[in-house]
Design a binder for this molecule. Structure first.
Ligand SMILES: Nc1ncnc2c1ncn2[C@@H]1O[C@H](COP(=O)(O)OP(=O)(O)OP(=O)(O)O)[C@@H](O)[C@H]1O
Length: 756
């Protein structure tokens, strides 16, 4: 139906006009208020200069806060100028009885003369019925109660640059044309917000209760990353009173990925959320500036073809050691090691002043091992230091008085017993001198005693403790018992020793270092993160989840992942149940699944599903694509790399002619990618970009990247190419190929060299 023919065309045009006018007014008013706040602040600074009044400080703080609030809404208002809302619902609340029209947008806009908001924020409780509800009876949850009502209309709008382009009414029968249209579009290389097309199963995740950890298993392309970001925006809006955006942290696999998602939160009107990688987050907490080995290095070693027994054994060792270092059993090993460090923190010495014992060894032991046992070791030492200083302060006067009294008694005794004369005088003078010297010595001792005594406590840095445990098979073997067989033990210690001697670490070391830091030293300041979102969580080990929970001292987590994409299986998890039951507690945690895939076409998903069936995945759920058709993918074999490269160029030309904006050529390893990139580089006009994890995933055009790095990303068209390597039937290879295939939005083909 043409837009003008829609029965509500006139009404909607008028409403849009009215809304835009009001938005404009709101912008002007906000600009005015902005100006006056800035002026107030400026004036307060001027006053501050010569009056130094605390009132000026208060004024500055107040207006800065108001300005901050204003800025937050101001960006939303500016966006609303172009597109104030995207949908409308007509809703009759049972209790109220009358039908009200709610226009849903990315922010709320209130008018003092209206009973209901002019624009309703998509995150508000009522907006939930737009995502969940079919026409007819519906209900929604507010903080206090469940409200019932009737949904009479669900309408979507396409508004571009403040102009109404389309109106679409949704009834029970229509498929979601809006969703279809949005999925059919070509993309830049960035993730987008999806507020107008969030689906019911996704809405349930976005709005899941905040107070229980949530684990989401979602198939490739089901919107996990997108939803993670929308959930953060929802939680920040809903719990504005109790949480600051800075207390939310999203942990993504690498910088490339962070860049890829960087625009969504600002688009949703949310900033200041901490966006980081696991490596950066832990290094920052631990306070070590050491280099961390590329987290993908082990994956690459496991991808190396290894027919010979030594090769197989080397891979086996990598797997065993990674599994050990990612397990909670390793945490116990570390705990036992820390327990054994404790006795060295009770020196066999008494703390004395002026010859008097102020703290004996027994009391010191009781302090260190009992009273302060809740503290990390070095924090206990700090407490002891404070306690000793307190003792000295309290006892010094008494001790000095006692010393003096003792000497004075002796002096009196001489006076009383010795006959007057030269001898008595000499004795008295000597004793008085000795008294003065002793008093001086005790006074001096009082200023140095604590420092001297503290020298008896160990002083060792974190890395050397870790090196002591991990670099010596005897030590690690002692604490690990039979968790590692002797080959794995030797391999583990040799590898750790080499790395640590070169001031290097591997990802698997980070949880351990954070644990030791926490138990031995404590953190310099307690990290103020209260909500953690982990994306691509299938790559995390049990110990990684546990350490995040411990260091941030929170159970408020949203964890999203897909076991079918578990290409870091050597250190990552293989099922969710352990995380749900052992780490977060079965009763408390929530588990939700996403089975619909939005990214790719039916044809591509069918081929990818055919591939993943060959993998060993716990409770494998095949993705169900949204009904969207595209060209069937081809899987073509060639007899030489040269032929593959020629076919690759033809296919890329074809993709370009079809108008795709982002195209990826995915190789199996970085080595293959370099060859592909080199071949493309020779062609004028191709300008392909070779990506590694540190690279920025920038503009449009062709990118060449290895399969493991493509995880989480998406492209209009994907060409999977093998030259001298191949995807075998091994689990890891199957998952890698699945990851690569599911990156495509519209087109995907496989070109392989068969002469292998
Ligand atoms: N409700 C939706 N409306 C429109 N597009 C959607 C919707 N849900 C997901 N998408 C789109 O589907 C694609 C996949 O989303 P996303 O990358 O968040 O999925 P994912 O589950 O993290 O994928 P993967 O695990 O394969 O990396 C994106 O292009 C996203 O915009």
């Amino acid at each position: 139906m043409a837009l003008q023919e829609h029965p509500a065309y006139k009404e909607e045009m008028e409403r849009l006009k009215e809304t835009l006018l009001y938005v404009e007014e709101a912008v002007k008013a906000a600009e005015h208020r902005r100006g006056s706040h800035k002026e107030e602040i400026r004036q307060a600074f001027v006053d501050l200069d010569h009056l130094d009044s605390s009132l000026s400080y208060v004024t500055i703080l107040l207006h800065a806060k108001l300005l901050d609030e204003l800025e937050k809404n101001f960006d939303g208002l500016l966006r609303a100028r172009k597109k104030p809302y995207f949908a409308r619902i007509d809703f009759r609340e049972l209790e109220k009885g009358k039908v009200e029209k709610f226009y849903i947008g990315k922010m709320s806009l209130l008018r003092p003369d209206w009973e209901i908001p002019m624009i309703l924020d998509w995150r508000s409780p009522l907006a939930s019925v737009y995502y969940d509800g079919r026409l007819g009876e519906v209900s929604y949850e507010t903080e206090k109660e469940t409200l019932h009502g009737e949904l009479l209309l669900k309408r979507q709008y396409t508004i571009e640059d403040a102009a109404l382009k389309d109106i679409m009414d949704i009834d029970i029968t229509t498929t979601d044309t809006f969703l279809q249209a949005s999925l059919g579009e070509n993309r830049d290389n960035r993730l987008q917000e999806i507020v107008s097309t969030i689906q019911a199963e996704q809405n349930a995740i976005i709005r899941a209760p905040i107070d229980r950890p949530l684990v989401v298993q979602g198939v490739a392309g089901s919107g996990k990353t997108t939803i993670a970001l929308h959930r953060i925006a929802y939680l920040i809006y809903t719990y504005e009173e109790s949480f600051h955006p800075e207390q939310f942290m999203i942990i993504a696999p690498n910088r490339l990925f962070l860049n890829y998602i960087s625009e969504v939160l600002p688009e949703l009107g949310v900033d200041k959320v901490v966006q980081t990688t696991y490596v950066d987050c832990i290094l920052d907490l631990v306070g070590l500036k050491w280099k961390v080995e590329d987290p993908d290095a082990k994956l690459l070693a496991l991808l190396e073809p290894a027919a010979a027994p030594e090769g197989k054994k080397a891979k086996e060792l990598i797997r065993k050691v990674s599994a050990f270092k990612g397990s909670l059993a390793f945490r116990e090993v570390l705990e036992r090691y820390v327990q054994d460090l404790a006795p060295a923190f009770v020196p066999e010495a008494e703390f004395t002043l002026g010859g008097q014992v102020l703290l004996d060894t027994g009391a010191l032991r009781a302090l260190m091992l009992e009273e302060y046992a809740y503290l990390p070791l070095y924090k206990r030492v700090e407490q002891v230091k404070k306690y000793l200083a307190f003792l000295v302060k309290g006892e010094k006067k008494r001790i000095l008085e006692e010393v003096e009294e003792d000497f004075n008694n002796r002096i009196d005794r001489i006076r009383d017993t010795e006959p007057e004369g030269e001898v008595r005088r000499d004795k008295l003078v000597a004793l008085m001198d000795e008294r003065d010297r002793t008093l001086e010595t005790v006074k001096k001792e009082a200023t140095t005693a604590v420092k001297k005594f503290m020298g008896l406590f160990p002083k060792q840095d974190l890395a050397s403790y870790y090196r002591e445990l991990m670099g010596d098979p005897d030590v690690l073997g002692f604490y690990a018992g039979n968790l590692l067989d002797s080959d794995a033990l030797v391999h583990c210690c040799r590898h750790a020793g080499e790395l640590l001697d070169g001031k290097r670490l591997e990802v698997e070391d980070l949880a351990a270092l954070a644990y030791l830091r926490k138990r031995i030293y404590g953190f310099s300041k307690d990290p103020d993160i209260r909500y953690v979102v982990v994306d691509e969580a299938q790559d995390f080990s049990h110990f990684q989840f546990q350490i995040l929970k411990e260091v941030f001292n929170t159970k408020l987590f949203t964890i999203l992942g897909d076991l079918s994409q578990g290409i870091h299986g050597h250190r990552g998890i293989r099922e969710w149940s352990y995380v749900l039951e052992e780490i977060f507690g079965k009763e408390e945690s929530q588990y939700l699944t996403l089975e619909q895939s939005y990214r790719t076409t039916i044809e591509i998903m069918e081929m990818a599903n055919g591939v993943i069936r060959g993998a060993d995945v716990d409770g494998l759920v095949l993705a169900r694509p949204v009904v969207r058709h595209g060209k069937a993918p081809e899987d073509l074999a060639f007899s030489s790399p040269k032929e593959v490269l020629a076919a690759m160029k033809d296919r890329l030309l074809e993709y370009r002619e079809e108008g795709f904006r982002s195209i990826a050529v995915i190789g199996k390893t970085p080595a293959e990618c370099r060859k592909i990139h080199q071949a493309l580089g020779k062609e004028p006009g191709w300008e392909a970009i070779l990506l590694d994890s540190k690279e920025d995933h920038q503009g449009k055009g062709i990118v060449v990247l290895p399969a493991y790095l493509s995880k989480g990303l998406e492209f209009d068209a994907v060409l999977i190419v093998t030259l001298e390597e191949s995807y075998t039937k091994e689990d890891l290879d199957v998952k890698l190929l699945y990851v690569a295939m599911t990156r495509a939005l519209h087109r995907m083909d496989v070109l392989r060299c068969q002469a292998l």
